[in-house]
Ligand binder design. Sequence first.
Ligand code: GTQ
Length: 351
Amino acid sequence: MSQAALSNEQTSQLQALYDEMRPACLSPLWEVLASLVTPEPSSAVVAHKWSYDDARHYLMRAGDLISAAQAERRVLILENPGLPGASRITNSLYGGLQLILPGEVAPCHRHTQCALRFVMEGEGAFTAVDGEKAFMRPFDLVLTPGGQWHDHGNPSDRPMIWLDGLDIPTVSHFDASFSERLGCDAHPETVPPGDTSSRYGHNLRPMRGSIADRRPSHQPLFHYPYAEWRSALDRLAQAGEPDPHLGHALEFTNPADGGSIMPTILAHVRLLPKGFSSRSRRSTDASIYVVVEGAGRAWLNDAPMPLATRDIMVVPSWTRLRFEADDTLVLFGYSDRACQEKLNLYREENA
Ligand code: GTQ
């Protein structure tokens, strides 16, 4: 409502009107307009950090109590403290830590939602996408684009834990969720592991039809190994000065169109050299960061957040954010920026 005060008489008559119209499913905009159409982003999402070791402790206890097959997906949701019960890390995105113990499988299913996996621990477990296994190593990025069959398995002798990043809340927002189970643990193998990477992972693509054409042409690649992105970051860092706001930053791209890895989610990595202090910036995409390497701190609206390896941090929309690297700091981040750009919503401000 505007500043002009209402008389007591007006207020009580309006209140009576609201009470009368409520059963007709009508409500007055002027009571809520200011909170609906805000002058700048105003979010219930709060900044938070999960220590990996603390979360891991609970995840391993869950591992003693329920199998991956029983749970379908044995995952602890990283739930934003500002959105209790909402199963989300930001308003549009989901985050969770998934555990697969040696010998376990997470049975095959598919759904509308897009997923990324960022490996936190373990080696030798796989995600199979449409029957092609991607064997995962720490800090690899593996995608499960919407609609593709996927199962996970761990033939190694160590627990495997990864961060799941999905657009579950975005799909829920549109009431557009479909999912189904294949009905068996694992999709039959379609091609050998690494097939897709060899065909699409090197700025090349097959010239003639092949079995790899089963990959959707709009989303051919799904494995982005740590060894490759980490050395790309090093080469970038050797080649020039860091961007004052981002440090040395690289976005993972979809080779089909050079755009974001998935229609709703953008993911990137960055390296902040030892001693570097970034300048402050804010953007409309609430973001989730994993500390891959190093130590330092983030400043969120001038409040410090110490960072150590494997910490997971969520930063709300329009929060002034800067980083200080005590040691070379390597970060992985994902956000809904890809979706916001399609909707012409994305904005950033670099101080
Ligand atoms: O691995 O398919 O954390 O469907 C949440 C939903 C993981 C998965 C999650 C899922 C998955």
